[in-house]
Design a protein around this ligand. Structure first.
Ligand SMILES: [Ca+2]
Ligand SMILES: [Ca+2]
Ligand SMILES: [Ca+2]
Ligand SMILES: [Ca+2]
Length: 274
């Protein structure tokens, strides 16, 4: 009798284990990248390669990606798409020290894309459902856009591009908001030598039809003291006259920044003439 009872318990236990296993295997939202439920378990993404993943109930998916922009500010594009209907995905970006930098969320069932400006490095992404109750599929892909111009890096006084002759016109692109509130953005610095008793106009123009780029410009003397600044409206040309009132040649700096509008197009041209 005792043996029969033991056998019965054993059979039931085996059945239970098999049942639980089957349940786990049958969970259509347990993806092949599990377990990736913490920063230390993050799955490394290959740039420009989309992967298909899933959020099971209460699931958090961590990924990492690395971009090398050679100290030039460029955007990494993080695309989340192909959601199951009920899923509302939240995406947080962490730096390589594990500090959370920003959190985005999309609408229910809708994908979205994030532009992440960086001079390079490793970042982590945490993906989860906003409510924690929904489950479903999604895709994720990170692309290095290499979207800055050929004058980079020119984000500081010491990196400024020297204008060697007048008149000169230079074209470029602002790829990340740069103004007094966005001091780590994609500023464009130029150095210009102005002869004695000469005035040179620095004129920056948003460089595509119906631009919604908002430009700002600031002029500094050779000691990096601010002389004059101007901020335009959306799509406006911004121009400052740089007057050298002394009889000697003098060096000036031009610092150009901008805020991107909804078109996300930062193309501009800047002209120096007298
Ligand atoms: Ca998952
Ligand atoms: Ca996970
Ligand atoms: Ca630029
Ligand atoms: Ca720049």
């Amino acid at each position: 009798m005792k043996t029969i009872k033991k056998t019965l318990i054993l059979c039931l236990s085996i059945a239970l284990v098999l049942f639980l296993n089957a349940c786990e295997k049958d969970d259509p939202f347990k993806d092949e990248y599990e377990p990736n439920n913490s920063l230390t378990e993050a799955i490394e993404l290959t740039l420009e390669t989309q992967i298909n993943a899933s959020i099971s109930k209460g699931d958090h998916d961590f990924y990492s990606f690395t971009v090398d922009n050679q100290e030039i500010i460029e955007n990494a594009l993080i695309e989340l798409g192909n959601f199951s209907d009920n899923l509302q995905l939240v995406c947080s970006i962490y730096d390589d020290l594990g500090n959370i930098r920003v959190t985005y969320e999309g609408g229910e069932g809708t994908g979205y894309a994030i532009k992440w400006p960086t001079t390079g490095g490793t970042y982590y992404l945490e993906i989860s459902d906003k409510s924690g109750d929904e489950e479903g599929d999604y895709t994720i892909k990170v692309t290095d856009l290499n979207d800055n111009d050929d004058n980079e890096p020119n984000d500081t006084f010491s990196q400024s591009k020297v204008i060697s002759s007048i008149p000169a016109t230079i074209t470029g692109t602002i790829v990340a908001d740069a103004d007094a509130n966005n001091t780590l953005g994609d500023f464009e610095f130029f150095t210009i030598l102005v002869p004695g008793n000469v005035t040179i106009n620095a004129t920056a123009t948003p460089d595509y039809p119906e631009s919604d780029l908002t430009l700002n410009m600031e002029i500094f003397d050779e000691n990096k003291n601010s002389i004059e600044s101007e901020t335009g409206g959306e799509g406006d040309v911004v121009s400052i006259a740089i007057s050298n009132d002394s009889q000697y040649d003098a060096q000036f700096y031009v610092k150009l920044g901008g805020l991107l509008g909804s078109s996300d197009n930062g193309d501009y041209s800047i002209t120096f003439d007298d």
